[in-house]
Ligand binder design. Structure first.
Ligand SMILES: NC(=O)N[C@@H](CC(=O)O)C(=O)O
Ligand SMILES: [Zn+2]
Ligand SMILES: [Zn+2]
Length: 430
């Protein structure tokens, strides 16, 4: 299969910015040239697809470093196939799969299973993340080296914090020697104390127990200290508070090796936006205050926040249609991430180049891959129409999860074509 995209505006920060023709063949970028310079392909050939890229933007395939695929064990919420197809529909060509499945991805067999299921799905790629501790229990360290051989690129106990500081220190030392990052779910469970939303006026008004900002930031501060102590690579997941961003900004200024991500809901919504007891607005960490939302946007602007990831966390209807404090934490994000993030560009907070850095380039750096649009590299590409206006409708999500706070929201900009490994895995018109 060969694909030619003609006259498209390419935005690949640090590599290309301008109108180009792109040729893709046998899974790889074959040529990237000034417009009109690609060799004509024989018209009769059925194996060649020529795409008019005029008015569209081509970017390196978007990578979502924080996704819960739920398989093995909770296929009623999502399977690897439905999750990877949802990613493709959202313009995301690769996702990093969190290990809190059942069984947990805490050994090489589960890692291999995830990779083989992903291959069968014939959609976006998966980069599995292994668990730090046996069954996420926070007690015994897993055989991370063995999982690395099977294909993990990072470890985390996401969903659960690593409460034991000594275990975290050992993890960081171990992962430093293996040269893989540690992804931190920063939460002090004693401070969170069973709360279900942000501690503040909206929680008080609804009579819902609150979670203070400090439940996140104290653990961010601890792990900055441990990153400094060990020299390991620490990446903070789903940052939601002003205090966390402030701490990470200071750590980076000191040269400590830390990176972080936030999710679209933290720069789009606050706790004041939660309709009374609507569990589609419940996730961990919770939606914070307007001050925090402002700090998240400021962190994205000044580069303190490296990456936008979704924390895609599908749940079944009956896990959400219960009392607010009983409902599962988490919302889906794969199919709304690009549209919501493009809003940062529309509002003038980020340039398109900065957005591509946060959704494609910095994620690739974290994983340790090169996704430049250059001949010879695997052809993972997202074609975006910045003008496509659409309304979020969970009923037509490719994901099995319907749990989004963005139902009915008008968005502008969408992926019109997603290419993985030189194959079209999603086309908007189909
Ligand atoms: N974010 C969430 O609210 N939920 C995640 C766990 C997590 O990311 O901590 C999940 O697995 O459902
Ligand atoms: Zn988490
Ligand atoms: Zn998560």
């Amino acid at each position: 299969m060969q694909i030619q995209i003609k006259g498209v505006r390419v935005i690949d920060p640090g590599n290309i910015e301008g109108i180009r023709d792109i040729s893709i063949k046998d899974g790889l970028f074959e040529a990237v040239s000034e417009p009109g310079q690609l060799p004509e392909v024989a018209k009769a050939s059925e194996d060649v697809k020529v795409i008019d890229g005029q008015g569209l933007i081509a970017v390196p395939g978007l990578i979502d470093v924080h996704v819960h695929l739920r398989e093995p064990g909770q296929e009623y919420k999502e399977t690897i196939e439905t999750g990877l197809k949802a990613a493709a529909a959202g313009g995301i060509t690769a996702v990093c799969a969190m290990p809190n499945t059942n069984p947990v991805n805490d050994n090489a067999q589960v890692t291999s299973f995830i990779l083989s299921q992903a291959k069968k799905a014939n959609a976006s790629r998966v980069y599995p993340v292994g668990a730090i501790s046996r069954n996420l229990e926070g007690e015994r360290l897993n055989d991370i080296a063995d999982m690395k051989k099977a294909g993990i690129w990072a470890v985390t106990d996401d969903g659960m914090p690593v409460t034991d500081s000594q275990l975290m220190r050992r993890t960081l030392e171990y992962c430093k020697s293996l040269d893989i990052p540690v992804l931190v779910h920063a939460e002090d469970k004693r401070l969170a104390d069973g709360g279900s939303m942000n501690e503040g006026l909206p929680a008080t008004v609804m009579g819902i127990k609150g979670i203070p900002n400090a439940s996140e930031s104290v653990m961010v501060m601890r792990d900055i200290a441990l990153a400094e102590l060990t020299g390991a690579r620490v990446h903070f997941c789903h940052m939601s508070t002003a205090q966390s961003i402030e701490a990470i900004r200071a750590a980076k200024a000191k040269g400590v090796h830390v990176t972080c991500e936030t999710a679209p809901h933290y720069f789009t919504l606050t706790d004041a936006d939660i309709p009374p007891y609507d569990t589609n607005f419940k996730m961990n960490p919770p939606l914070r205050s307007e001050t925090d939302r402002g700090a998240i946007i400021a962190g994205l602007i000044d580069g303190t926040i490296d990456i936008i990831a979704t924390d895609h966390a599908p749940h079944a209807e009956d896990e959400k249609q219960v009392e607010f404090d009983q409902a599962a934490f988490g919302i889906v994000g794969l199919e709304t991430s690009l549209g919501l993030s493009l809003d940062l560009v529309a509002q003038g907070h980020l340039t398109l180049v900065q957005l591509v850095e946060k959704m494609a380039k910095a994620p690739a750096d974290l994983i340790g891959i090169n996704n430049d649009i250059v001949p010879g590299n695997p052809a993972d590409l997202t074609l975006i129409n910045m003008d496509t206006a659409w309304t979020v409708d969970p009923n037509i999500f490719v994901s099995k999860g319907r749990n989004t706070p963005f139902a009915g929201r008008r968005l502008t900009g969408a992926a019109v074509l997603t290419i993985v490994d030189g194959r079209i895995v999603y086309a908007m018109d189909d």
